[in-house]
Design a protein around this ligand. Sequence first.
Ligand code: SF4
Ligand code: SF4
Length: 459
Amino acid sequence: MQQAALQATEKKRKWVFAKKPSGSLYKKRQWVGYSLLLFLFASPFIKIKGEPFLLFGVLERKFVIFGKVFWPEDLYVFVFGMLIVLVCIVLFTAVYGRVWCGWTCPQTIFMELIFRPIEYWIEGDRTQQLKNRRNKHKWEVKRKKILKLIVFYIISFFISNIFLAYLIGADALFEIITSPVSQHLGGFISILAFSFVFFFVFAYVRDIVCTHICPYGRLQSVLIDNDTTVIAYNYNRGEPRGRKSKSKPEAELGDCIDCNLCVQVCPTGIDIREGLQMECVSCTACIDACDDVMVKLNRPKRLIGFYTPSELLENKTASRKNKRAIAYTALLVVLIAIFGVLIFTRSDVSGTILRAKGSTYQLRDDGTVTNLYNLNLINKTNKNMDIQLEPNDSRFKIQVVNPHLNLQKSESSKMSLFLILPKEEVEDYKTNVRIKIMDEEKVLKEIKTTFIAPIGLVK
Ligand code: SF4
Ligand code: SF4
């Protein structure tokens, strides 16, 4: 019965034994992938003025991007950031296909540049792995599999620590690691749970993430069209495929010798010669494999290459100036630049000022009119501030009810203040006033409010 269940599972899942990739594109992919991994592993631990380079503190509701602290009040930056990511995905896919998946997606990078090379190292290349599968009851095969799974779990544990560092910060993670388990049971359980999820994904789920789970892959068919550059097989050049034989002289054959190497090397197990498929993650491994064959046969490279479907339909392989690609790329650059400006010009202090509930104006015996306000300030930096307030209109004076203006780092403070105007200076029933919020004589922000005076005093 167990055997029947196993057979049923194996029937359902076509396990992919990808051949070890090699070639110039793979080398480039390694450079990109390992650089991104370095960035991913280092970012929560690098500090800029005491803050991590990147932190997504969902629990604490504190986010740090490039060393700049963001609070829930800065939601607009995140919304804009998310919009840019969305636009990037749509535009990039429309122009360059699924390049994100094969070259920059963490799932692919971890799988293809960490876990799969370890698999090759322990269990051997595709041929050996297929042999192992046939001999799966042998102790030597089992021993290698167990060793592989142990190494996979250790790496998953390491990734889980990094993941947690993004959520709670490197210091809190270090505290969990160095303290007795009983003191941080929640943290410890989280690390184990994340480790298990990563282990399960990379040891078992693998390519199913890209082919069945990730919604982006499913969106691909709506995002690409005949002008999208995709990884494709040039059937005009390749067909009819086959090896030279008596019945098939070379003159009657295309360039594809049907060696199947492009299929064997594919991490999702598809045959690119059957046309563009949702399972293709644009990893370019089949291009390298086929180029290698073409070089050996002394034929031009790129039988499998970067083509737009219309190029293949029209049988024109010369690269065309794709105006849409240029326009979309320019738009992306502009959006990213706006996002950069939003991040780097964001004020260190955020503040709201509201007229005290139910109040309008008060007349004082010293011949002045006053309005009472509640001011709420948030210090978004990691240094304490001694706040000074100054109206931009010299006719006004400010009197802070609670004159304690020390604003602690990463904290908020509420205070009440009067705006004071001599009666003889009143010119309007309602006057717009801007209040400068300063630290060490430097203006951090200006906030707007209105000042109300009795109509009888208006000249
Ligand atoms: S690697 Fe190239 S030659 Fe070999 S089957 Fe694939 S397309 Fe044909
Ligand atoms: S078809 Fe080629 S580019 Fe697409 S996933 Fe397979 S190997 Fe990668």
